[in-house]
Design a protein around this ligand. Structure first.
Ligand code: EPU
Length: 337
């Protein structure tokens, strides 16, 4: 267990905002987590559990306890001729898990290569890319209830997965801390390569393999998305809005080139990146906050940005998109403070 006071979170948020937390507490197993949670002082304090902060925007210093998991494990829980069930500790770096699965020849998460963050947060957030979401392989999620101190295993169905959402993302379900995730991977995988330019990017590989898909996805992501180590960012700042087909038809008359994806009966998903670009923000900077030049959905910290400055730029983008297209875009990033 590690406990730090007045601790800098600069390395714990991928915007690299120089905020501090009153306390930082890190546990390596469920027993240590239980000890922290049962402590009376903990119960009186404001607390927040974070992963590696790749989806957080800290507006101010955090006057409470930031909890962080250091539960590490990648192990085979069981296997059959066709499948393998992998148990992964919440603190494992997500991309290390993907690299491990690919090296073993187990398919299912190769399209999710190179996404920043940790395994537990990946399951809370239902990360997705190139036509695959983590929910497609989640068998179950192990949790610890911070109010009752009981463990509970959620089945995939009980996780109530949706686009970038889950049961655990709902603020009312805050007491559940994800400790482990169990994923069902395929020993004879069927590849999912039809999304966007993935197929094109795969053309230069002699054969389509898990490794080729991983490499192609990494090269597309490197090309389009800034590396948080070099330029602070939290990936897509907004979610892609889902609108009614009727509203889309009206927009399509005015903007025939508007891209779209089907999103269930009577609904259409429109890329927020396109909407933001149309409003003229792409590649522009507003003081220390930039809108990334290759993907307008990504806000970047050009150096000394503060959380409230990023939030202000996000707000002006939301207003501009609403005024021009009548579409409300919602942050994917979680604001803290
Ligand atoms: N587009 C523009 N301008 C832009 C950005 C995008 O016109 O500045 C257009 C593109 O031309 C394309 C469409 O928007 O027609 C979609 O773009 P892209 O394939 O880059 O995907 P996205 O919808 O913008 C989503 C995820 C990403 C994920 C990619 C690939 C969300 C909020 N974002 O982005 O996830 O990597 O698809 O699957 O769903 C993340 O969540 O942090 C993230 C990076």
């Amino acid at each position: 267990m590690r406990i730090e006071e007045n601790y800098s979170l600069e390395k714990h948020n991928t915007f690299h905002l120089p905020v501090k937390t009153r306390w930082f507490m890190e546990y390596t197993n469920e027993e240590e987590l239980g000890r922290i949670l049962r402590d009376e002082y903990f119960q009186e304090c404001l607390s927040l559990h974070i992963g590696c902060g790749s989806n957080l925007l800290f507006i101010n210093d955090f006057n409470g306890i930031i909890l962080h998991s250091a539960i590490r494990e990648i192990s085979v829980e069981r296997e059959s001729d066709e499948q393998v069930w992998l148990r992964v500790g919440a603190a494992e770096k997500w991309d290390d898990v993907v690299a491990y699965a690919v090296s073993k020849g187990w398919g299912g998460i190769e399209n999710l290569s190179h996404i920043p963050g940790e395994a537990g947060a990946a399951a809370v957030q239902n990360i997705g890319a190139y036509g695959v979401e983590i929910k497609d392989v989640i068998e179950s999620v192990e949790t610890y209830n911070q109010l009752t101190f009981e463990k509970r295993v959620f089945t995939n169905e009980e996780c109530e997965y949706g686009y970038r959402s889950s049961y655990f993302k709902n603020e009312h379900n805050d007491p559940y801390i994800v400790t482990y995730i169990i994923m069902r991977l395929d020993k004879h995988p069927v590849f999912s390569i039809n999304y966007g330019n993935l197929k094109e990017a795969l053309a230069k590989y002699p054969e389509i393999t898990l490794d080729a898909i991983r490499k192609a996805v990494i090269s597309i992501r490197r090309e389009k998305l800034p590396d948080p180590e070099e330029l602070g960012n939290a990936g897509s700042f907004f979610m892609n809005p889902v609108i009614l087909v009727t509203q889309f038809e009206v927009l399509k008359v005015k903007y025939p080139e508007i891209p779209s994806y089907p999103a269930g009966e009577g609904k259409i998903k429109v890329p927020a990146g396109w909407l933001i670009e149309q409003c003229g923000f792409k590649g522009k900077s507003h003081g220390p906050v930039g809108v990334y030049e290759k993907q307008a959905l990504v806000l970047v910290n050009l150096g000394e940005a503060r959380g409230h400055e990023i939030a202000l730029v996000a707000e002006s983008i939301r207003t501009a998109v609403k005024d021009r297209f009548g579409i409300e875009i919602m942050p994917e990033v979680k604001y803290v403070g």
